[in-house]
Design a protein around this ligand. Sequence first.
Ligand code: NI
Length: 130
Amino acid sequence: MKIHHIGYAVKNIEKSIEVFKRLEYDIGEITRDDLRKVNICFVEKDGYVVELISPIDKNEESVVDGVLKKSGNGPYHICYIVSNMEDGIRELKEKKFKPIIMPQEACAIDGKKVCFLFNKDIGLIEIVEE
Ligand code: NI
């Protein structure tokens, strides 16, 4: 599985974009994901892609609230590319990962199907079907 991106939870997406700009990353568009209640922005440097994810609204429950509360700003998942979602999930189950949500379309990645899986020794990973 090749790596697609590294996901960063951030409290304030604009402020985090400013920092990645200073670190000379190329900055993508901010996409609003109403399903997950987050804003998402992909930034890239030297072929490495970082996904910034922040809550749309402090008063609405988002998918990054838990990680932000627990660990603050920072990386929390690596996303890997799979050619087939069902096969990818089956293979990762054999490697002791447990899907934590049903596969869903991710509007920030052109509507591609993604799934999050958990392993107790390394935490969260994401897979994207390409
Ligand atoms: Ni991601």
